[in-house]
Design a protein around this ligand. Structure first.
Ligand code: FES
Length: 143
């Protein structure tokens, strides 16, 4: 039996996390291929519906990675994103899904190593939790 390989969706700010992911690649750092990166102009652009939609489309874990606190290019985008991640955690609890499947991280463009660590941390955590059932049932429910 093959080992469960989680699907992780990462919403990354163009100025920091996306650049850090790029740097990790340039540094030839190894990290799990389970991550799919969505590039954003700022994490303030991400809304709760985007995070929930990622789960609905089959993600087993989702994270948002924005600029360091106080360094968002749009002033408060990363603090707003943090609040939305916290809101989605509460929504997940309500539908009996582990809230730790969604997380917020802050990093700078120079933190390529940290980006690789984050991907590994999320992948290992979600592997332990196992797959979600959200979005996996595509068949219509018979009544
Ligand atoms: Fe990076 Fe806002 S510009 S989180």
């Amino acid at each position: 039996m093959s080992e469960f390989e989680p699907k992780i969706v990462a919403f990354c700010c163009n100025f920091c996390a996306f650049a850090a992911a790029d740097l990790a690649g340039a540094m030839r750092l190894q990290y799990s291929p389970s991550v799919r990166i969505i590039r954003l102009p700022c994490t303030g652009k991400v809304d709760a519906i985007h995070l929930m939609k990622a789960f609905e489309e089959g993600a087993d874990g989702v994270f948002v990675a924005g600029c360091l606190e106080g360094q968002c290019h749009f002033l408060e985008g990363n603090t707003r994103a943090k609040k939305r991640v916290d809101y989605v955690k509460r929504l997940l609890v309500e539908v009996e899904i582990e809230p730790e499947r969604v997380e917020m991280f802050n990093l700078s463009a120079a933190m390529g190593g940290r980006f690789a660590e984050i991907v590994e941390e999320m992948t290992e955590k979600v592997k332990k939790l196992g797959p979600t059932y959200i979005g996996k049932q595509k068949e219509p429910v018979k009544t």
